[in-house]
Design a protein around this ligand. Structure first.
Ligand code: NAD
Length: 513
């Protein structure tokens, strides 16, 4: 299978933008890839591959709605058994020298790259995204193992005299304990590794519940971790259709000291309430509503290129997806025309056809986005461009550019999570910033401006955890990923990603002078 990536190391950061430039990749559907995962025994608890107490659940390919696997469905007892295994493995894993944990993570990185095409194929089958996007995701996902392999040996600490004298303060970091990881369907590989890698680097053991739509990639990743040398019980996998039951059981269990969640703000709020009862340490990566700002002096070719990446990666189903485009009135017609021409040329279809844009995850998602578009049009927006969609049973939706979208339209307030780009014209910077910041979401934002100083001044005034400055892509394992306001609490990746799985402890040491 041609990968299109000559050098995975160099491609790691760029590859996730490949939706706009898919090259010639095609995917070879391979049932044996799914069968090799033995999905009816998908629970991995203490190294044992097990059936679930709740039977089996189906996983569908959203491109044709065919069932591609029957997967073991965990119940609450399975959830507790996974915590038993993680707790039993904790002392040994924590005691392992950081260098040994680091070497295991380095091997995990290498194994993911070895199997990148197969993993990407699995991602396309259960998630539907294009092969280019899926492969980009896998390389990005693997990079978390390399980054945190490098961080594992640098947990550091601090030491110094107390100002009053007579004592020294010695600060260390220790693993927080058993960590519960809960991930969404939109990045089935990367959302898992972005949590597993720092947890393992810190010395934590984990219980992981992937989204029920996309459990297969998680099975493959956990199997690779065993091959990399992760001891039994350190990473336990619990696919389930009873998300509330499984995660609720974890949050009620005194041995679980951490929850790291990626998903919707609604579910994040539920979990924060539950975590409050036991004061569980929380990291929350929640929903977004990213503005994409274009000033009058911006390089429009670059802005259109960035818009394609920021909007259409994963078919718009990314938390960082540009959700609303604010383009200066002087250039809005030109931007809309150029962007629209690019969108009309997008190919839509199943991954194995080499299409650039796949289906949405479900019929409910198609209905939701269709209703947002209809509402925008009813309130005065104009359809400026759409791409052709194949006749299919799959959950395809036409990539669409909406112009003249009125302020207050629901599509500007809600996370679209689909391939629709609403454009609003602006002329006054203060008014622009009011609109941009007039939301409870604050995950990502994008600013395109010709004058870098102006771009940075604008970026500083935007309430978002991540701002792409003349770039349509912010994700980078070496950078702190996360949001302000209701987009989340905490950061993943970077050095801080490891600290999220650590407790700080200090010793006040008597130090007579
Ligand atoms: P979701 O909140 O519905 O589900 C996420 C996970 O939570 C899944 O594993 C699901 O099974 C589980 N879950 C659902 N209900 C639960 C409950 N009551 N108790 C415990 N667990 C529960 O989100 P989704 O639809 O899978 O993902 C899309 C959302 O995720 C979007 O809002 C997107 O912005 C967000 N997201 C955020 C980031 C980020 O890093 N900030 C990254 C990717 C996705």
């Amino acid at each position: 299978m041609p990968s299109g990536h000559e050098n995975d190391d160099e491609q790691v950061l760029d590859s996730i933008g490949d939706a706009a430039n898919p090259g010639t990749m095609t995917v070879c559907p391979d049932e044996t890839l799914v069968d090799a995962l033995d999905p009816t025994r998908a629970l991995i608890v203490g190294g044992e591959h097990r059936r679930g107490g709740a039977g089996l659940f189906d996983v569908e390919d959203p491109a044709d709605r065919r069932v591609i696997a029957a997967v073991a469905d965990a119940d609450r007892r399975d959830a507790i058994a996974a915590v038993d295994a993680a707790q039993a493995a904790f002392a040994g894993w924590r005691a392992l020298p950081p260098r040994s944990r680091s070497e295991i993570l380095h091997r995990a990185h290498a194994l993911m790259l070895r199997d990148a095409d197969d993993l990407a194929t699995l991602v396309t089958r259960e998630n539907g995204k294009s092969f280019a996007d899926a492969r980009g995701e896998v390389v990005y996902a693997a990079e978390f193992f390399r980054w945190f392999a490098e961080e594992a040996v640098r947990t550091g600490g601090d030491f110094g005299p107390s100002p009053a004298g007579g004592t020294r303060t010695l600060v260390t970091h220790r693993p927080v304990g058993v960590a519960a990881l809960v991930t969404p369907w939109n990045f089935p590989a990367a959302m898992a590794t972005r949590k597993i890698a720092p947890a393992l680097a810190a010395g934590c053991t984990v219980v992981l519940k992937p989204a029920a739509e996309t459990p297969l990639t998680a099975i493959a990743v956990v199997r690779l971790l065993a091959e990399a040398g992760v001891p039994d019980g350190v990473v336990n996998l619990v696919p389930s259709t009873d998300a509330a039951g499984v995660v609720g059981a974890w949050l009620a269990d005194a041995r679980v000291r951490k929850i790291s969640f990626t998903g919707s703000t609604r579910v994040g709020q539920l979990l924060l309430r539950q975590a409050a009862d036991r004061v569980v340490n929380t990291s929350m990566e929640l929903g977004g509503n990213a503005p994409f700002v274009v000033t009058a002096d911006a390089d429009l070719d670059a802005a259109v290129e960035g818009a394609m990446v920021a909007k259409f990666r994963g078919g718009g189903q990314a938390c960082t997806a540009a959700n609303r485009f604010y383009v200066h009135t002087d250039v809005v017609a030109e931007f809309t025309a150029r962007f629209g021409a690019r969108v009309e040329a997008l190919t839509v279809g199943p991954a194995d056809t080499g299409a650039q844009i796949g289906p949405l995850i479900s019929g409910a998602a198609v209905d939701r986005v269709t209703a947002l578009v209809a509402d925008a049009v009813a309130t005065g927006a104009r359809v400026a461009a759409t791409a052709a969609v194949p006749e299919s049973k799959g959950w395809f939706l036409a990539p669409t550019v909406l112009a003249d979208v009125p302020a207050g339209a629901a599509i500007l307030d809600e996370e679209i999570f689909g391939p629709v780009a609403p454009i609003v014209a602006w002329s006054d910077e203060e008014d622009l910033l009011r609109q941009v910041n007039g939301t409870e979401m604050g995950l990502a934002a994008y600013v395109y401006a010709g004058d870098l100083g102006r771009a940075l001044r604008l970026a500083e005034r935007i309430e978002a955890g991540m701002v792409g400055v003349n770039r349509g892509l912010v994700s980078d394992p070496a950078a702190p990923f996360g949001g302000m306001k209701q987009s989340g609490i905490g950061r993943e990746g970077a050095r801080v990603g490891l600290e999220e799985f650590c407790e700080t402890q200090f010793f006040s040491v008597d130090w007579p002078v």
